[in-house]
Design a protein around this ligand. Structure first.
Ligand code: HEC
Ligand code: HEC
Length: 378
C-alpha cells in the first residue's frame, strides 16, 4: 500500500498533511479536514452531515471560519467592523488580584447565538494611535486597541483580545522539547497541554459544541440542559489527527544579512530557530522556545489566565510569517493583531525582550529592512 495521490495539478494546498502518511491515515486526515471546514448547525435542523449542536452561544460556525485555510485571523479594522477571526477572553480580578470567570460572560464573550437566544454582548473595537521615533530620527506610529463591550462588564472586569493563530505546524510544536514550567503548550498563553484538549476547548468556547472533555454547554446565564456530547470521541479524534498532521510552513532560503542580525540582536534567544525533538533525530524549526516571557506593560492587557500573568505570552512561532507578510507586509501580528507588520510587532517588545527591541531600534534603516526581509522568508 502506498500513499494516495490527491489532485496534484491544483495550486499548493495550505492544509496539506505532513509527508509520509499511509493511505489509511490520509483517509482519516481527510475526514478530519471535513470537520475542520464544516459548518455546525443548531440542534433540530437538517443538513448534509451530522455537524449538529451549534451554540446556543457561539463565536463562529466552524474552525475554518477563524483559521481560514489553516491560517491566522485579524482583529476588526474599526468600531463598525465585526469580530470575524478574533475573540475576546474575559474575567474579573478582585482587590487581592484573584481572577475568576465573569459572572455573566464566563471566560470568553460569545457575540453570536442561535435564533431566539440573545448573544452575550456586542463588541466594538477602536484603535488609539501612539507615535515614536527611531534613534536615526525616522518616525513611526503604533496603535493600541480600545474595546467597548455592551452591556458594560463592570469595573472589575479585565479582557484580552486574541486573534486566531495559524494552525499549520501545530503538531510539530508538540514534538519539540519545550520548557518544563509552562502550564501547557497551545494558545497565545501556552495554556492547553495537548491538541485534543485545545480542540475540545475550541469546540466548546468558540462553536458551542460539547464533548467528553467539555461536557457542559456554554449557555446564557439562565442555564440550559446538558445532554450527550455533541461531538463523539471518534470525530474529535479525527479532527485532532487532522490538526496534528498539518504540514509545517516551508521557509524560503534565508537572506544572509537578516538572518545574521536576527541572532546578533538577540531575537533567536526566544525565537529559537531549532528545537530538538523529544523523540528521534531532527529539529523543529518553528522559531520559538515555546516558553512564556514577560513582554512588559505595553502588551499587558490586565487579564491573568490559568495562573499565567497578564504580561506573559508564549514566544510566537515565527514560521509561516512569510505566508502572510508576502501578501500583506502590514498583516496584523501579536496576540491581538495590534501590530501592522513585523516592525511594529518588534517595537512592542518590552520587558524581557526590551534588549532585542533596543537592538532593532539601533539598526540602520537598511539593516532593519534586511531583518524584516528575513522574517518574510520564514
Ligand atoms: C472564533 C474564532 C476561532 C474559532 C471558531 C476556532 N479558533 Fe482555534 N484559536 C482561536 C484563537 C483566538 C486561538 C488562541 C487562543 C488563546 O490565546 O488561548 C486559537 C488557538 C487554536 C490552536 C492552538 C494554536 C497554537 O499555535 O497554539 C489550535 C490547534 C486551534 N485553535 C484549533 C481550532 C479548531 C480545531 C477549531 C474548531 C473546532 C478552532 N480552533 C476554532 C480562534 C478560533
Ligand atoms: C524575551 C523573548 C523574546 C525576544 C528576545 C524576542 N521576542 Fe519576538 N515575541 C516574543 C513573544 C512572547 C511574542 C508574542 C507577544 C504577543 O503576542 O503579545 C513575540 C512576537 C513576535 C512577533 C509577532 C509574531 C506573531 O505571530 O504575531 C514577531 C514578528 C517577533 N516577535 C519578532 C521578533 C524579533 C525580530 C526579535 C528580535 C528583535 C524578537 N522578536 C525578540 C518573545 C520574544
Amino acid at each position: 500500500m502506498g500513499t494516495v495521490a490527491y489532485a496534484q495539478d491544483l495550486p499548493p494546498d495550505p492544509l496539506a498533511p505532513r509527508a509520509g502518511l499511509s493511505a489509511e491515515m490520509r483517509q482519516a486526515y481527510e475526514e478530519g479536514r471535513l470537520i475542520f471546514n464544516g459548518h455546525w448547525r443548531p440542534s433540530g435542523t437538517n443538513g448534509p452531515d451530522d455537524l449538529v449542536g451549534l451554540g446556543p452561544l457561539y463565536n463562529r460556525l466552524s474552525c475554518a471560519s477563524c483559521h481560514g485555510a489553516g491560517g491566522r485571523g485579524k482583529p476588526p479594522e474599526g468600531p463598525n467592523s465585526p469580530f470575524l477571526t478574533a475573540l475576546v477572553r474575559i474575567g474579573v480580578v478582585d482587590k487581592d488580584g484573584k481572577v475568576s470567570a465573569h459572572p455573566v460572560f464566563g471566560t470568553q464573550i460569545q457575540d453570536r447565538a442561535v435564533p431566539d437566544v440573545a448573544p452575550e454582548a456586542s463588541l466594538s473595537l477602536d484603535w488609539e494611535p501612539m507615535s515614536g521615533q527611531f534613534p536615526d530620527g525616522t518616525e513611526y506610529e503604533l496603535r493600541r486597541p480600545v474595546l467597548t463591550i455592551a452591556p458594560d462588564p463592570g469595573p472589575d472586569a479585565r479582557w484580552s483580545i486574541r486573534v486566531a493563530p495559524q494552525v499549520y505546524g501545530v503538531g510539530a510544536l508538540a514534538d519539540a522539547v519545550g520548557p518544563q514550567f509552562t502550564p501547557g503548550l497551545f494558545g497565545w498563553k501556552a495554556l492547553e497541554p495537548t491538541l485534543v484538549t485545545q480542540n475540545a476547548a475550541a469546540l466548546s468556547q468558540d462553536i458551542g459544541i460539547t464533548s467528553h472533555y467539555q461536557p457542559v454547554p456554554i449557555c446564557p446565564s439562565d442555564g440550559c440542559a446538558q445532554g450527550k456530547p455533541e461531538i463523539d470521541g471518534a470525530r474529535l479524534m479525527l479532527l485532532t489527527l487532522f490538526t496534528d498532521h498539518l504540514a509545517a510552513p516551508e521557509p524560503d532560503p534565508p537572506p544572509a544579512l537578516g538572518k545574521m542580525l536576527f541572532t546578533k540582536i538577540g531575537c533567536a534567544q526566544c525565537h529559537r530557530p531549532d528545537l530538538p525533538k523529544q523523540m528521534g533525530s531532527g529539529m523543529v524549526h518553528a522559531y520559538t522556545d515555546l516558553a512564556l516571557h514577560d513582554m512588559g506593560p505595553g502588551l499587558d492587557d490586565g487579564l491573568p489566565e490559568g495562573g499565567v500573568d497578564s504580561a506573559k505570552w508564549r514566544t510566537a512561532p515565527l514560521w509561516g510569517l512569510g505566508r502572510v507578510l508576502k501578501k500583506d507586509p502590514a498583516f496584523p501580528l501579536l496576540h491581538d493583531g495590534r501590530a501592522r507588520g513585523a516592525a511594529e510587532a518588534i517595537l512592542w517588545h518590552d520587558g524581557s525582550a526590551a534588549g532585542a527591541r533596543k537592538g532593532f531600534m539601533a539598526l540602520s534603516k537598511e539593516d532593519r529592512d534586511a531583518l524584516i526581509a528575513f522574517l518574510t522568508s520564514l
